[in-house]
Design a protein around this ligand. Structure first.
Ligand code: ADP
Length: 764
């Protein structure tokens, strides 16, 4: 029985213990169920938001509720430190913001992080060495630390505390807290990532806004500069350019007053070339200031070539206050630089201090560069326009001049032909083409020698002379002066039945040979008239000679008393008749001589002559005879170089030459003058000179005295009986002998006529 009772008891006990075990199991299971339900709620809630502070707050609150603790604390990793970022319950406000340094490894939270697993410590008041770094440490009885990790690396730590139960935590709590910690870590990291992303986004937005603004400003700046450049380069009117530049620049600075000051090139002062806000318009040429170039703020800017931003003129020594400008408080001014020169300053004024910014200054400075360029261009344009106008005027005048010259040249009856230094014809007027009977195209651009070579009658010697002209300008300069002293050459030639005279003159300037100018003249008519005149003279002279001879003869006879004795008056009258008859026959003889020369009817009877002998004869016979007869005091001398060769000449003609020259010397030399006759040998010629100390011949008459009938208008000449034919005859005779006649004379000093005669062959 006892055993059955004990059996029953045993059974009851067994039943009871099973029931108790069941009850414990049931309680534990329901606790777990409760925990996981809460955990589910927590993870749902904390994953519903990505706002980190909200997430941290939620983690703290929910863990307080789930674990029934007095406080929950979270540290987050910042680098190697741990920063207290969230808490709930006991002392939460004092906790947030504290830091555990990386070196403080012994602090509980740091130890949990390092350990990597949840740790709890009970009976904390008995282990005073544990440092939990939490507010009011003494009141804390137990702690549970849970590391917060992601993919094996720590992101923080969560610590739970209990202040009443020193044996609060058990292994079971560790398991649950670790599970919770995993969820919390995920939520924190997600929120952190989202926050970071959001921050990054915000930062990016900010950067974008900043950049957009900067780009906008840059665009405005460039647009303004572009506008200034395009607008200013579209005009070259300086006044317009300057005023428009000011307007555009002021779109940036928005000053109520401003202007462009330029240094006046004509004075020592500055000049307002453009301005606004002055209350009155500027005159177009600008407004002259009494401000000197180096003075005041503009002077400072130009000297330093630097811009100026004055925030308050009352505190800037560079500002010189003037009655017209003392209400300017802010000034923005930049120099205008063109090339190397500072030409002026652009200045903006504001009545308020601090009205302008550095940005505005920079922009105005950049714009000023364009303005300087525009001013430079405008000034250059004016310069070029003036120069173009001047050149245009010169060109027009030159064209008129050229046309005038052309017209003059064309209207000349004579042919004018210009050749360059290489003898190429560069110009021929229409008269030339007419006279030479060649179209102009056959003249211009052709060689002189080729053109003139076409005419059979054109002298070959001449062609050689023309061809031999220095063909290079430098050649003329190099050759000795004598070689190029080509004076004008004259000649005649015929083209068919026409007579053409030609004169060729070299164009020389300062020793340089530039070419030749030739004049052609059709002298056919003159030659014809000449011939007719000669014929007439010859006929008339012949007809006159016969009656002259009888007049002279009978006068002589009567004077000799052949027709009976003469009364004194009769003799005088007869003498007058005889003298005039002599003069007449002299004239007739001269005329006959000349017409004979011209018609080529004179023939010379050439023999070897001894000049000294001949001269002595003429001087003693003819000259001395006249001296005695006319009772004129003249000193006569002769002089011969030794061993004078014989010359080839016609005795009568050479005597005539000498007579004529001695007559002139006698006629045109006053009382007590002298006449010297000299003869000397020179190469193939003997030179005979007749020198007198008489009235002389003026330079302008020296060529003309060889003309027929020419007599100087001098009274001393007119009183002497003469025909003006003598020298012309002498020249013809000398040239017929193959010699030449030359003259040297000075008015009132005397004249020397020299002729040459060829030496007899074999004499030299
Ligand atoms: P004519 O003696 O008959 O006048 P000529 O032909 O001989 O004519 O001279 C021309 C002119 O030259 C003269 O009228 C004279 O004016 C000038 N003449 C010539 N020989 C001399 C001289 N020896 N001195 C000054 N004048 C002279």
């Amino acid at each position: 029985q006892g055993s059955s009772e004990s059996k029953i008891l045993q059974t009851i006990i067994n039943q009871a213990s099973i029931a108790l075990e069941n009850a414990r199991l049931f309680r534990e299971t329901s606790q777990r169920e409760q925990f996981f339900a809460a955990l589910g709620r927590v993870s749902q809630a904390i994953n519903a938001t990505f706002d980190l502070p909200t997430v941290l707050d939620l983690i703290c609150r929910e863990s307080m509720a789930i674990f029934q603790v007095d406080g929950v604390y979270i540290w987050q990793r910042r680098g190697l430190d741990l920063e207290a970022t969230a808490a709930q319950g006991h002392g939460k406000d004092a906790f947030v913001g504290t830091v555990i340094r990386a070196s403080e490894t012994r602090v509980f939270a740091a130890a949990v992080v390092n350990h990597g697993q949840s740790i709890f410590l009970n009976n904390l008041n008995q282990v005073s060495s544990v440092n939990v770094r939490l507010p009011d440490r003494k009141s804390i009885q137990a702690v549970l630390g849970v590391p917060l990790q992601r993919e094996g690396s720590p992101i923080g730590v969560m610590v739970l505390i209990d202040r009443r139960n020193p044996r609060r935590f058990r292994e079971q709590d560790v398991e649950l807290a670790t599970a919770f910690g995993v969820q919390a870590a995920i939520a924190i990291q997600n929120a952190q990532l989202v926050t970071e992303l959001r921050e990054l986004n915000e930062q990016l937005d900010e950067r974008v806004i900043e950049r957009t603004q900067a780009l906008g400003e840059e665009r405005d700046r460039i647009q303004l500069l572009l506008k200034i450049t395009t607008e200013l380069s579209a005009s070259l009117d300086e006044t317009y350019v300057l005023n428009r530049a000011l307007e555009l620049i002021n779109e940036v600075a928005r000053a109520p007053r401003g202007g462009i000051l330029l240094a006046d090139p004509d004075s020592d002062f500055m000049i307002y070339r453009a301005a606004f806000g002055l209350g009155r318009p500027l005159p177009p040429e600008g407004f002259k200031l009494t401000l000197r170039k180096g003075d005041g703020l503009s002077g400072w800017i130009m000297r330093h070539r630097a811009p100026v931003l004055i925030h308050d003129t009352q505190h800037d020594p560079r500002w010189v206050s003037r009655p017209t400008s003392d209400d300017h408080r802010s000034v923005l001014a930049v120099p205008l630089v063109s090339g190397n020169d500072v030409i002026g300053a652009l200045m903006l004024f504001h009545p308020q201090p601090h009205a302008f910014t550095r940005r505005q200054l920079e922009l105005v400075e950049a714009a000023a560069y364009q303005v300087s360029n525009a001013i430079y261009n405008a000034q250059l344009y004016v310069l070029i326009r003036d120069q173009t106008e001047r050149l245009g005027k010169m060109l027009r005048e030159e064209q008129i001049e050229a046309a005038k010259n052309q017209a003059i040249l064309e209207s000349i009856v004579d042919g004018v032909l210009v050749a360059d230094s290489a003898n190429i014809i560069t110009l021929a007027n229409s008269a030339t083409s007419h006279i030479l009977d060649l179209p102009r195209a056959e003249l211009e651009g052709k060689s002189m020698v080729d053109v003139l070579g076409r005419y059979a009658s054109f002298s070959k010697a001449w062609l050689a002379a023309i061809a031999g002209l220095p063909s290079h300008p430098s050649q003329a300069a190099q050759s000795p002066a004598g070689d190029v002293a080509v004076t004008a050459l004259s000649d005649r030639f015929t083209i068919e039945n026409r007579h053409i005279s030609m004169t060729l003159s070299p164009v020389l300037a300062s020793g340089q040979f530039f070419g030749t100018v030739s004049i052609f003249r059709d002298i056919t008519q003159a030659v014809e008239v000449d011939r007719m005149k000669s014929d007439f003279v010859s006929t008339v002279s012949h007809e006159l000679r016969t009656p002259m001879t009888s007049i002279k003869g009978y006068a002589d006879l009567m004077l000799m008393g052949v027709a009976g004795p003469l009364a004194a008056a009769q003799a005088r009258y007869l003498q007058v008749i005889k003298n005039n008859a002599d003069r007449l026959s002299m004239l007739v003889n001269d005329l006959l001589d000349i017409s004979r020369f011209e018609t080529g009817k004179t023939e010379l009877d050439l023999r070897a002559l001894d000049m000294s002998q001949l001269i002595e004869q003429v001087v003693r016979g003819h000259l001395q005879g006249r001296i005695q007869h006319e009772k004129k005091l003249i000193h006569v001398s002769t002089e011969y170089s030794p061993s004078l060769p014989l010359v080839q000449g016609d005795h009568a003609r050479v005597t005539q030459i000498l007579n004529n020259l001695l007559d002139n010397a006698f006629n045109y030399t006053p009382q007590e003058g002298s006449i010297a006759v000299r003869a000397r040998a020179g190469g193939k010629f003997v030179y005979v000179s007749v020198a007198d100390s008489g009235i002389g011949i003026s330079p302008e008459n020296q060529e003309r005295i060889f003309e027929r009938f020419f007599r100087a208008e001098d009274a001393a000449v007119q009183t002497v009986a003469g025909t003006g034919l003598g020298l012309s005859i002498v020249r013809s005779l000398v040239e017929m002998h193959g010699g030449s006649l030359s003259l040297e004379s000075e008015l009132n000093k005397g004249s020397t006529f020299t002729f040459s005669l060829p030496v007899v062959d074999g004499e030299v």
